[in-house]
Design a binder for this molecule. Structure first.
Ligand SMILES: [Zn+2]
Length: 217
């Protein structure tokens, strides 16, 4: 027991709690009350997702690499499990790719486990497509309808490819109304200009140029 603990334990006065003590209380509560449950939930998520990834990765990795015209990373992608992820179910840092996924989010269960893991992995693959969209937009001296238009393309591409493997998946953007609420102009353009490329017709750069031609303000 540290000296600050003894001071706290002996005191009957409402003294300000030292910062060190506050940290200790938080840590202790987490370890004794929440952490075992959170750890168990994290491990359950990993146990459920691992065989799904193993079953589908041999198809999904090359399909996404082709769609984004970017090789899949050679080394394994690290995924951190967290019980809570604030304001999201998952997020990703790139260079190097580090994915963080919530094990408690109701949005990342069943086939959505595969969707979220490959969506987050695709954040490392979409840089080239994002640059192409920006370049074509500059060439045309125009603007795309949404600043995060590239993210709409990522959602569309990943869910189209994952859904082929897992037909029971209801894609995240459909399920949570993102095509209506976030990017109402994007879906018809992707259906017309990007879907043919995803099923093997045309090429990456021409498809993106057409997307800009049909989306620009
Ligand atoms: Zn994303």
């Amino acid at each position: 027991m540290t000296s600050s603990n003894r001071i706290w334990a002996a005191s009957t006065q409402r003294w300000p709690v030292p910062a060190k003590r506050r940290r200790w209380v938080r840590r202790t509560r987490l370890q004794t009350h929440w952490w075992p449950d959170h750890d168990r939930k994290n491990r359950e998520w990993i146990a459920a997702a691992t065989p799904l990834v193993a079953k589908h990765e041999a198809v999904l990795k090359p399909a996404l690499a082709r769609a984004f015209d970017t090789p899949w990373e050679k080394r394994p992608i690290h995924v951190e499990m967290r019980y809570y992820v604030t304001n999201a179910s998952a997020y990703t840092a790139i260079f190097p790719t580090l994915i963080t996924v919530s094990s408690s989010s109701p949005r990342t269960v069943g086939p959505a486990m595969v969707e979220v893991l490959f969506h987050e992995s695709s954040h490392a693959l979409i840089v080239k497509a994002r640059d192409e969209l920006s370049k074509e937009t500059r060439n045309r001296k125009t603007e795309l309808p949404y600043p995060d238009f590239w993210h709409a393309l990522l959602f569309y591409t990943n869910s189209e490819i994952v859904k082929k493997q897992l037909p029971e998946l209801e894609p995240y953007a459909n399920k949570y109304g993102m095509w209506q609420n976030n990017w109402p102009l994007a879906l018809p353009v992707f259906e017309k200009d990007w879907r043919p490329f995803l099923v093997g017709k045309g090429n990456f750069r021409e498809a993106l140029k057409q997307i800009v031609a049909d989306s620009a303000k």
